[in-house]
Design a protein around this ligand. Structure first.
Ligand code: ASP
Length: 318
């Protein structure tokens, strides 16, 4: 069994790094506890992501990034590697846990993706509560919008030439995700986001798109991505990583090569986490930072592995 989470490709100031790391460690622990209790990979990734949707430091659920109109519009996806079933929602404005609504789309509808008001109508039908848009807004997200003002500035900030970290506010991007393999050998992915600060109302990113924001297939593995959504969509980044694995020496190599391809082909930056049978997890990013954590039952140390900076790999007992 293994579970990996990410708290988004981002750059944060020192003060926020501690909060980000605490958030990913809490989420991975929750997900791992459910795997250890016999839950499926699908339940574990939903649980881990749901935990981060409650955390205002993360850009998803409560604390999501804001549109150029100052509102919250969330996207999410969940996918089951055993059946290739998937559920997703886009542009939802009144849902605290878009990942659980995605799960309901997968389990309780004939469809893969619902948007906006149709998604929220479906939520009511399956008993998921609607909340006010204001209740999803946190002051960090408001500060980010004030600082960046436009989508283009947010995107620019993640380019390698702009990697100085000087601001007080939490930075972009911060989509969350989780991938896991359970004791039954099944893999799954969950990804959830508020999108990119200053995005236009109605813009949908990569996160709810199969093969871009996430992909899971027992025959190859599971991936969750984060970063510049338009670039990730154009390169089908999650699916690309799985494809690249066929000719790579390791899953890590496949993640690194795919992220380099995205930078080269479409000048896009971001990160990914991946698991595959008989492989160490693949964790990579071309942005200045990406918070991540994993727990692997085959690990003789029995600890949480985590990090946020380039080449950082820390451990902590649990
Ligand atoms: N990929 C997300 C989007 O473009 C943003 C992120 O990863 O933070 O909506």
């Amino acid at each position: 069994m293994i579970i990996v989470v990410h708290g988004g490709a981002a750059k944060c100031n020192e003060q926020l790094i501690a909060l980000k790391l605490a958030g990913v460690k809490r989420a991975v622990k929750e997900g791992y506890d459910s795997l250890a209790n016999g839950s499926t990979a699908l339940d574990a990734v939903e649980r881990a992501v749901s935990c981060m949707e409650n955390d205002p430091i993360m850009n998803c659920g409560y604390g999501s990034s804001l549109t150029d109109a100052g509102t919250v519009e969330c996207d999410a996806i969940i996918m089951d590697g055993q059946t290739l079933k998937s559920g997703a929602v886009a542009g939802v404005q009144h849902i605290l846990h878009p990942i659980s609504l995605s799960r309901a789309v997968m389990d309780r509808s004939d469809h893969c993706l619902f948007i906006g008001s149709g998604a929220e109508q479906f939520a009511q039908e399956v008993g998921i509560e609607l909340v006010t848009n204001e209740s999803l807004i946190h002051e960090f997200a408001q500060k980010r919008l004030k600082e960046y003002k436009t989508f283009a500035r947010t995107i620019d900030d993640d380019k390698p030439e702009n990697q100085v970290i000087e601001s007080e506010s939490p930075k972009e991007h911060d989509t969350v995700g989780s991938v896991a393999i359970d004791q039954y050998g099944n893999c799954a992915v969950a990804t959830s986001t508020g999108g990119i600060t200053g995005k236009r109302v109605g813009r949908v990113g990569d996160s709810p798109i199969i093969g871009a924001g996430g992909y899971a297939d027992n025959s190859c593995g599971a991936v969750s991505t984060t970063g510049h959504g338009e670039a990730i969509m154009r390169t089908c980044l999650s699916r690309h990583i799985m494809y690249e694995l066929i000719s790579s020496v390791s899953l890590q190599d496949a993640v690194d090569k795919s992220l380099q391809m995205m930078a080269k082909r479409v000048d896009g930056y971001g990160g990914a986490i991946a698991v595959a049978p008989n492989q160490k997890p693949g964790i990579g990013f071309t942005t200045p930072m990406m918070s991540w954590a994993y727990i692997d039952s085959n690990d003789s140390q029995q600890c949480i592995h985590y990090g946020i900076r380039v080449d950082e790999h820390l451990t902590q007992n649990f």
